[in-house]
Design a protein around this ligand. Structure first.
Ligand code: C5P
Length: 237
């Protein structure tokens, strides 16, 4: 059994603990679910467990296809061991179809299919509402270097290619998602998580949302929808 040490950070849906090894941390997936910068909150029974298993499956898939991640192994129903990274304070978002904040911000049509995936950076800052930023902001405020920006873009787009293909084969559309990266020495490694909490997934046939939009929009069956996605992707939960 791996013992948890000090609590390092507590996010809206996950907690991160130290372990006996300095370079390894324990990520605990909670049932807590939040939206609109924490203004809407609820605990959804079973979500932590599903997200833990879902994330492990996606991270393993990415690692097997050339995208190195911080994920080491799942250690319990809702806990995974990860490598310690020095996280960059930015979120990388890729959109294949226009919906969500881009439609509100730019007044563009919902459901527009982008010819090329659209990449955006956001600053991780709840008090500021995670504002949209560009490469120049990252450099000017020393949140990252030019090389790190390029690597994050390259890796985020490589992830998009791999996951769009995987989801499509399962009868699902990967509409958009958010990923985060961290430094390990001079390398940039995928950190945080990839779960239906941080992406939009639509059923290819019905167009139904099977992700956190169900929670944001009070559509119900949130955890059940995550289970449907997992099942379609062949993830046994
Ligand atoms: O809200 P927006 O349309 O910008 O979100 C784009 C994608 O990034 C969605 O899949 C959303 O779930 C994800 N996201 C996230 N965490 C945030 C912001 C966005 O997981 N803080």
């Amino acid at each position: 059994m791996i013992k948890k040490g000090n609590l390092l950070s507590e996010g809206k849906a996950k907690s991160l603990f130290e372990t006996e090894k300095h370079e390894e941390l324990m990520m605990v997936y909670r049932d807590d679910t939040s939206a609109f910068d924490g203004k809407k909150k609820e605990a959804l029974k079973g979500k932590g467990e599903i997200n833990n298993i879902f994330n492990a499956h996606i991270m393993d898939y990415l690692a097997n296809n050339g995208v190195e991640t911080h994920h080491l192994k799942t250690v319990s129903e809702n806990e995974s061991l990860v490598q310690r990274l020095d996280m960059l304070p930015v979120e990388c978002v890729v959109r294949n179809i226009a919906t969500g904040s881009i439609c509100r911000r730019l007044g563009v049509e919902q459901g527009l299919n982008f010819e090329e995936p659209l990449f955006e950076f956001f600053l991780k800052d709840d008090d500021l509402g995670d504002p949209l930023i560009n490469d120049n902001h990252i450099i000017a405020f020393k949140w990252g270097t030019e090389k790190e920006i390029e690597t994050m873009k390259e890796k985020t787009l490589a992830i998009n290619k791999l996951l769009c293909e995987k989801f499509s084969k399962a009868g699902l559309i990967l509409v958009d998602y958010k990923v985060e990266f961290g430094r390990r020495g001079d390398e940039i490694i995928l950190g945080d998580e990839f779960t239906p909490d941080g992406c939009r997934i639509w059923d290819q046939e019905t167009g139904e949302s099977l992700d956190k939009d169900r929670f944001r929009k009070d559509l119900g069956n949130v955890v059940e929808s995550y289970q449907i996605v997992a099942h379609k992707l062949g993830i046994s939960i």
